[in-house]
Design a protein around this ligand. Structure first.
Ligand code: FAD
Length: 317
């Protein structure tokens, strides 16, 4: 079933979460363990992130650096197929512009279609660490809106090779990303909202947000989106803070502001066990308020360890 169908059918806010494929070499049981822990909250769909190749540098015996391109977390499509087969829950693979030519994209969509995976979250992806800004593949997409247009094109039977015979129309439900505190490259929030609108015009049927800690920012964002004519469901993304280090790395990586009260509560903690508890309590308050406001679903960024998500969900769902 499609994410949009789940959202339409639901009588109350849906619980959902995303998982990361395991590091290369590890098996899938940790992922199943995380899903097992959250099953009682009835997630109708589970997102699986995509991790593009990375450049790493190894120091050689002669002191020189060797540059290698590695994929540390492959397996997104396989995990999605495994989740659907084992749990009968819809899987939502994330797919990227970065690292993909249009043909690579077409081929991955064909794989997903054959596996009866009919949901995708379409994203641009970030730049590689050795690049200062995002560089698309030659013959790849520059923006998520272009990727969304390609997927929606396949739903109408449009393939790159126009001479193909008996073309199958795919039937993907496509989501896109949105940023309550704006995407860091956008000159301002209004411009970024116009870009989000372009994604919806290209075919995104719902938007899932970047993580945020201040609900007012989310409510303001949704209000501005509605004023700009974006009518699709907007799903808030929540990540419980769990370590003191998050105070600096979350703003660096995700470009989000942390409220003063949260910073103070974390700073006052003696250790990360206490920080985890602060994160759970903050998450419970945030999610209760979002649910009361009638959000269609809450999307939890689990980052592998789900005990805190479980504790929040127990109080909220
Ligand atoms: P876009 O919508 O293409 O926007 C990127 C930037 O370009 C924005 O600043 C936008 O304002 C601007 N822009 C858009 N269109 C135009 C245009 N026509 N002209 C000029 N500027 C334009 N990353 C991963 O690598 N793997 C994942 O699995 C993953 N999952 C994510 C899940 C969610 C819910 C979210 C919110 C993010 C996720 N990301 C993931 C991160 C995401 O890839 C980055 O935030 C990336 O930098 C932007 O992706 P996007 O799809 O929002 O890009």
């Amino acid at each position: 079933m499609k994410v949009t169908e789940h959202l339409e059918k639901a009588k109350d806010t849906i619980f959902s979460f995303e998982i990361l494929p395991p590091l290369k070499g590890q098996n899938i049981n940790n992922i199943f363990g995380a899903i097992d822990q959250l099953l009682e909250f009835d997630p109708p769909f589970v997102n699986v992130t995509y991790h593009r190749e990375e450049v790493v540098y190894n120091k050689l015996d002669n002191g020189l650096l060797e540059q290698k391109v590695v994929k540390k977390r492959p397996g997104t499509v396989g995990i999605c197929a495994a989740i659907q087969s084992k749990y009968k829950i819809d899987a939502v693979p994330h797919i990227l512009c970065g690292g993909f030519t249009k043909e690579d994209t077409e081929n991955v969509l064909i794989d997903l279609n054959f596996l009866s995976i009919d949901n995708v979250l379409a994203l641009r992806g970030d730049s590689m660490k050795n690049q200062t800004s995002f560089v698309p593949e030659p013959d790849g997409h520059r923006f998520a809106s272009e990727l969304i247009a390609q997927i929606k094109g396949m739903n109408k039977g449009v393939y790159l090779d126009k001479d193909l015979k008996n073309k199958t129309k795919t039937d993907f439900c496509v989501g896109g990303a949105a940023y309550p505190e704006k995407h860091f490259e956008a000159p301002n929030l209004n411009t970024d909202i116009q870009r989000a609108k372009e994604k919806v015009e290209a075919g995104a049927e719902y938007l899932t947000t970047q993580l945020f800690f201040d609900n007012e920012k989310f409510f303001h964002f949704v209000d501005q989106c509605r004023k700009a004519g974006i009518t699709v469901p907007i799903i808030p993304g929540i990540k419980p803070i769990a370590t003191k280090r998050h105070l600096s790395i979350l703003p660096t990586i995700f470009h989000c502001d942390l409220p003063d009260d949260l910073i103070k509560a974390v700073a006052d903690c003696k250790d990360n066990k206490q920080v985890r508890q602060v994160g759970i309590e903050w998450g419970i308050e945030q999610c209760k308020e979002l649910k009361k406001a009638g959000v269609p679903a809450i999307h939890y960024y689990s980052m592998g360890k789900v005990d805190n998500v479980e504790k929040i969900a127990r109080e909220v769902f």
